[in-house]
Design a protein around this ligand. Structure first.
Ligand code: ZN
Length: 269
């Protein structure tokens, strides 16, 4: 367990877990639209595991208000700290390039919630919506990651996933998500987001908050969400033509590129 308390920075987190929305009447819109939004939003497990980006009609949503998530809990603090440390690093990198960095927002939710890309559902897995510059995260995804893929669901693995989503935010503000529609484009974008997460791994390693070799949790998580590993598990066979995120080996390699060099330029598309 990393010593997150040593990082004072905080990101912009909105906790909607207490207003969890139950998706009724799922209206799945055409495949092309789904593929486009999945690519933009970068659902990092669910799109393959469940073959969806469910677009739920607004009228099918039911709000369930609970007291359970009132006040800031440790998970909210954790997510905010990971986001804050990413913001610190990207601020530095952007400054070195004479650019202005704008921070993303992170929404914690359960089941489904409204996003700038339609209705975000838990099935999609953690993802980033470029239209409202927001990361959507239902942290119960990490239990799924562990159950189905044997990936780690420890804190550093989860921090890797959040940092990968911040990577999509970077691509968005640099204009790198525009006009990318093919699976090949998608893989490049995903691998670059892994490289960006690796940069963050390098950055926090210097902060001395990790236990020895704890970064391995992030590497194991990157491997667990490789397309080949997920397809083997979910479909029982591997079809590289349908990949959108890259193989386990490619994802680990990309993470390591950012992690070992700590150099933004090593992550070029
Ligand atoms: Zn992604």
């Amino acid at each position: 367990m990393a010593v997150w308390e040593r990082i004072g920075s905080r990101g912009d987190v909105e906790d909607r877990r207490g207003m969890s929305t139950v998706a009724g009447g799922i209206g799945v819109v055409g495949i092309a639209l789904i593929a486009g939004i999945t690519l933009l939003a970068g659902g990092d497990l669910g799109d393959v595991a469940n073959n969806i980006f469910s677009i739920v009609e607004d009228q099918g949503l039911t709000q369930q208000n609970t007291q359970e998530f009132e006040g800031e809990d440790s998970y909210e603090r954790f997510a905010s700290t990971v986001l804050g440390s990413n913001n610190d690093m990207w601020n530095q990198i952007f400054q070195q390039q004479n650019r202005a960095y704008t921070t993303p927002k992170l929404v914690l939710f359960r089941n489904a919630t409204q996003s700038g890309c339609g209705i975000a559902t838990s099935d999609v897995g953690p993802h980033y919506c470029p239209f409202d510059r927001t990361i959507y995260l239902d942290e119960t995804f990490f239990d799924e990651l562990k159950t189905y893929l044997g990936g780690s669901n420890e804190d550093v693995a989860q921090a890797y996933v959040i940092s990968h989503e911040v990577g999509h935010h970077i691509q968005n503000i640099l204009g790198d998500l525009e006009g990318r529609q093919t699976n090949e484009d998608s893989i490049k974008i995903e691998l670059q987001a892994d490289c960006y997460a690796g940069l963050w791994g390098n950055y926090i390693s210097d902060l001395n908050i990790l236990e020895p070799n704890e970064i391995q949790e992030a590497i194991d998580a990157a491997s667990a969400v490789g397309d080949d590993r997920i397809q083997q598990k979910v479909e029982g066979q591997i079809n590289p033509e349908t990949w959108t995120h890259g193989s386990s080996a490619q994802r680990v390699e990309s993470f390591n590129k950012g992690y070992t060099t700590g150099d933004f330029n090593s992550c070029r598309l």
